[in-house]
Design a protein around this ligand. Structure first.
Ligand code: GLA
Length: 336
């Protein structure tokens, strides 16, 4: 019996570096996919990738996923280690989600692997938690739940308002008069080599001083004595408010307001959270100057990778930016 599992990537429209302190995010699953096809059986999960011209071979009793080769096989290994399936799987993996670009190719690979190995798609929160654990086992980076939950719970034509404390997901309709445009900054990024874990640590230090960032106010932020931590906290508190504001702007059809919030978010990620790069700032500035673009910001962790913009359909983006037009799609599922 052939099993085919398909998982989309995601783009985040608002709310970055808020998920690991239980904050708010507004991602959408996108029409770029990882697909796994094959047959269950045996005591190894064996997946061949034509794209990478390599095969991952993971024993179902894998002890340490983080040292597997090829490197992409670590995500497969993380899922196997988190799931402990009774049987293996032999098949192929294909992907149209560019790796290392901030569009969650790793979460898509994890979700597709979990579904191929028999995990249920009916409880997106449970599936996302399983795959977040897999990501931690694979990479040792303390990432939040946004990527896996966006990939699990995607809804066609909608962004997802996710409360990363309760894991409640509220689909928010995307108006027909906008297009999601993504531009790669030209800089690849590797979360394990980035300051991501350091930022997570800084948030823990902030919370030790002023309590949960999710409910912190600007006043609480001002009480922080360390100026760096104060800036980090200011980003998170203001970013949570921007997610709420962005959803209200979508509800009201106020796309100019949505665009302004995107630009404010980028400035905050650049200046207060310090996760942008000169190449990303440059792409954001060029997109923001383009007629028909409402706003732009880095998307995902930063440190390189992609920038997202919201634009009027048919907007002429400079061809040298090589824009991708993406659409919001349903979450991960088994096809056959
Ligand atoms: C990465 C992580 C997510 C989230 C974003 C930043 O994509 O995997 O959990 O923290 O960075 O918003």
């Amino acid at each position: 019996m052939t099993v085919r599992a398909r998982a989309p990537g995601r783009v985040n429209l608002m709310g970055d570096h808020t998920d690991y302190t239980g904050g708010l995010v507004l991602p959408a699953a996108i029409d770029r996919f990882v697909e796994i096809a094959g047959e269950p059986g045996g005591d190894h999960v064996v997946l061949h990738s034509d794209e990478f011209a390599t095969t991952a071979r993971v024993p179902i009793a894998v002890a340490d996923a983080s040292t597997l080769e090829p490197e992409w096989g670590r995500y497969v290994g993380g899922v196997v280690a988190a799931m402990r399936p009774a049987a293996g799987f032999v098949g192929t993996v294909t992907s149209t989600v560019p790796a290392g670009s901030g569009l969650s190719s790793s979460a898509a690979l994890e979700l597709a692997t979990a579904l191929a190995l028999g995990a249920s798609a009916h409880d997106p929160q449970a599936l996302a938690r399983l795959c977040q654990r897999a990501e931690h086992l694979a990479r040792g980076v303390p990432t939040g739940i946004m990527d896996q939950l966006a990939v699990a719970a995607g809804r066609a034509g909608h962004a997802l308002l996710i409360d990363c404390t309760s894991l409640e997901v509220v689909p928010v309709p995307l108006p027909g008069e906008i297009e999601i445009v993504v531009v790669h900054s030209g800089q690849a990024r590797d979360l394990a080599a980035s300051a991501y874990a350091e930022r997570v640590g800084q948030c823990a230090a902030i919370e030790a001083e002023i309590g949960p960032l999710r409910s912190a106010t600007r006043r609480d932020v001002d009480r922080l004595s360390d100026p760096v931590l104060r800036r980090r906290a200011r980003h998170i508190v203001s970013e949570n408010a921007r997610v709420t504001g962005a959803v209200a702007a979508l509800d009201a059809g106020d796309l100019d307001c949505f665009g302004r919030l995107m630009l404010a978010s980028h400035a905050s990620l650049r200046d207060d959270y310090e996760v942008s790069t000169a190449a990303m700032d440059d792409v954001v500035a060029r997109l923001a100057d383009t007629d028909g673009v409402f706003g732009a910001r880095l998307t995902g962790a930063g440190f390189g990778g992609c920038v997202v913009a919201i634009a009027r359909p048919g907007t002429a983006i400079a061809p040298d930016l090589e824009p991708w037009i993406l659409h919001a799609v349903d979450g991960a599922h088994v096809i056959a």
